[in-house]
Design a protein. Structure first.
Length: 240
């Protein structure tokens, strides 16, 4: 039984390792021509390898490197978006280089931003967090597929937490935009199971003597997240 699960996972790990190595090969020369595509490929392929690496071997140096690399690449993506036409120093695998910023309306939305700031929080990279908090609604909305209004308001919640502002007021604004009838079916499933639970968790974090409620909300959120990803198992880092 164990072998039935282990062998496919091992093959998955090997396949994703090869894909990431291909992605990283010559990235320094390719990035100037299409920085958004290269950085997003590095982010996606790093996260895709992280999953089987962690499941097979736990928190290995490679698993940690995948998280760090994904954080650096995704943060650099938004830094280049914010500095269109200007040189930006980015860092990847401890290598720094200057790239001219550009906004090609590719993955600028708040939903992609959530994943990026989550990586920065996991890495406890305050410099990256501060940089990401400068991303505006206007930039989110330039995405070729748009940026959902609820997503933008939830993004502002995180920006207020780290950059300052009236958190209670912003959480009320975000909650007011969670209107089930305003989403199509797929978007509602994603929002209700992945994004909306974050509002309850954040509220308990900033409420005194709410440890028991925090634990309850966290457990509920984990179960919803597990349910979502099990039912959309073909979906990887790109998300909804």
């Amino acid at each position: 039984m164990i072998a039935n699960h282990y062998e496919p996972l091992m093959k998955n790990h090997q396949r994703r390792t090869r894909r990431l190595l291909r992605c990283l090969a010559g990235w320094e020369t390719r990035i100037n021509n299409a920085p958004d595509l290269v950085l997003n490929d590095i982010t996606s392929d790093s996260m895709d390898l992280f999953v089987p690496e962690y499941m097979l071997l736990g928190p290995t140096p490679l698993a940690k490197l995948c998280l760090k690399r994904a954080q650096q690449a995704s943060t650099a993506h938004f830094q280049l978006l914010m500095q269109a036409g200007n040189p930006v120093e980015i860092e990847l695998d401890d290598q720094k280089m200057s790239i001219v910023g550009a906004n090609r309306r590719f993955r600028t939305n708040a939903n992609y931003w959530f994943k990026t700031i989550a990586l920065a929080i996991i890495q406890r990279n305050r410099v990256a967090i501060n940089s990401l908090c400068q991303v505006t609604d206007e930039l989110h909305n330039t995405d070729e597929v748009g940026s959902d209004e609820f997503d933008n308001e939830l993004a502002r919640v995180y920006k207020v937490i780290f950059a300052g502002g009236n958190l209670a007021e912003q959480m009320v604004k975000a909650a007011a935009l969670f209107v089930p009838d305003s989403f199509d079916k797929d978007r509602f499933i994603y929002t209700s199971q992945i994004l909306w639970p974050q509002v309850s968790i954040l509220r308990t974090i900033f409420t005194g003597d709410a440890e028991a409620e925090f634990n309850q909300k966290m457990e509920e959120a984990l179960l919803l997240s597990r349910k979502y990803w099990l039912e959309t198992s073909s979906t990887h880092w790109e998300g909804s």
